[in-house]
Design a protein around this ligand. Sequence first.
Ligand SMILES: C[S@@+](CC[C@H](N)C(=O)[O-])C[C@H]1O[C@@H](n2cnc3c(N)ncnc32)[C@H](O)[C@@H]1O
Length: 309
Amino acid sequence: MANLLGLKLHQRLPILAGAYPCSSWVTCTSCSVPKISKIVKKWNTRTPRRLILGLGASFWAQFMSMNDRVGGKSFVASARQTGAVEQTLKNVEWPEQFPFKDEDFQRFDETPDSLFYEAPRFVTHIDNAAIAALTKYYSQVLPPSNTPGVSILDMCSSWVSHYPAGYKQDRIVGLGMNEEELKGNPVLTEYVVQDLNLNPKLPFEDNSFDIITNVVSVDYLTKPLDVFKEMSRILKPGGLAIMSFSNRCFWTKAISIWTSTGDADHALIVGSYFHYAGGFEPPQAVDISPNPGRSDPMYIVYSRKLSTA
Ligand SMILES: C[S@@+](CC[C@H](N)C(=O)[O-])C[C@H]1O[C@@H](n2cnc3c(N)ncnc32)[C@H](O)[C@@H]1O
């Protein structure tokens, strides 16, 4: 059965508490299913952030009515259900137009990103098990180390890219906000400091990258379609874009549609970026969570640039 873009309110709530970096919220992995009722209760009694920011309201209104078309039950019952995230992008019937509105890309903190990322953070943003799962995934899908002519862009990069140990290519570019972090990233052969929310144009030639990665950062993009169009432009035909994410974020800097939805919804949101940007094969989702419920979940949404594009 085809998936439709229908989300239920209670599925959007667990992520509310997933503030990060989760020093005191190391348990944000536990903020999913078991605590839904508690969080719903909190939501009901607090000032609704959705009202302040218009969090996903347009999205919600637009798709509420489509819910019953998903066979009477939502396809995103819980990201914890085996395969729920992977199912999310199977046979999606995408609406003709990009379904999100400007307010869906607002953030609680609209000050310049350059301020937020001014000081380097030499930390990791997901736990070791999630990092290991991502690195293992990369070892299966990235071109072998030292393949002649291979170029990779790590978008929203920092001091670490999570590629396999010792991984090397002719060209690995990091693009991010903090120069000190990028300078400290041993895998990069070059870096660019650029605020993609101010300037989504990627400063690279057409058809020049084999791979684009983006780790736990796609949720900070306020102009995702512009960025994904650019990704399509700079990828070589058949080039692979790998967006990975967990259930944590700097919630003041993440877009409202992200902070008001759950893991499976996030796969759908990222999938929609590929779909509506154009030039990509149908996006797919993979759940590589290492120990569901005990360590950070880890999800991939990936797509290849059409070989004909
Ligand atoms: C949570 S960190 C993740 C860093 C790294 N990818 C990792 O896995 O550790 C978010 C990253 O997104 C980048 N970022 C956030 N907003 C950005 C923007 N507007 N333009 C470009 N990069 C941005 C920051 O530089 C930061 O490195």
